[in-house]
Design a protein around this ligand. Structure first.
Ligand SMILES: C[S@@+](CC[C@H](N)C(=O)[O-])C[C@H]1O[C@@H](n2cnc3c(N)ncnc32)[C@H](O)[C@@H]1O
Length: 202
């Protein structure tokens, strides 16, 4: 039997103080409101939120897709417990995106915010997510910081996330193609990393 990903214990431990330690949720939501017109989100969509953490943005996503629904997954039971406790009308599930089935051609959008660097097998996660997307469904990978800052932050944190990296912008076209998706947009700035890919039509 393989040993569990040590990041589960890391995120379980940090779930307790996550909402106090990071940037204020109001600041994050204000940035999302600004980005909203450029995001492929709309009413009636089925949205998969991967690595939802404490659910800071789950209610925001729910409002974007209503009357569609959000399915929010995270492999840290403590994170899922905190997210569920907010009372958001999403379906919360404890699941590992690298290995656990997420459904087949079920979602219009897969939303990955601030989580890709922590996947121990990014390629497996992308393939799994691609399976769960409907044809022409969108994958969004979003960070409210630059890839260089994110990687420096993880390295400075040390421990089990020290080597958790958001790939260099030049690596993404290959990663997306290997997952069977098509890259639509990649924007990189000093306080933003935004990638949008699409599952091809059948
Ligand atoms: C930095 S937090 C971001 C949380 C949230 N998306 C946010 O922006 O506040 C990364 C989250 O990804 C989750 N995660 C990491 N690897 C995962 C995996 N293989 N499967 C599911 N969730 C994972 C962690 O448990 C953690 O809650």
């Amino acid at each position: 039997m393989t040993s569990p990903d040590p990041r589960i214990a890391f995120f379980d431990y940090h779930a307790r103080s996550w909402d106090d330690d990071g940037p204020p949720a109001a600041q994050t939501l204000a940035r999302l409101d600004t980005l909203r017109p450029t995001l492929p989100l709309g009413p009636g969509q089925e949205l998969l939120e991967v690595g939802c953490g404490t659910g800071q943005v789950t209610a925001w996503l729910t409002r974007c897709v209503e009357p569609g629904r959000v399915t929010a997954v995270d492999f840290s039971p403590a994170m899922i417990e905190k997210a569920r406790a907010r009372g958001t009308t999403a379906d919360f599930r404890c699941a590992d995106v690298c290995t656990d089935a997420l459904g087949f051609e079920r979602f219009d959008v897969a939303w990955l915010m601030h989580c890709y660097p922590h996947f121990r097998d990014g390629a497996a996660a992308l393939r799994n997510i691609a399976r769960a997307l409907m044809p022409e469904g969108s994958l969004i990978i979003l960070h409210l910081d630059s890839w260089a800052n994110i990687n420096a932050f993880h390295a400075a944190m040390g421990g089990v996330i020290a080597s958790d990296k958001l790939p260099d912008p030049g690596e993404w076209p290959g990663l997306i193609e290997q997952a069977g998706l098509q890259l639509v947009e990649l924007s990189e700035g000093e306080d933003l990393f935004y990638l949008r890919a699409q599952k091809p039509a059948p």
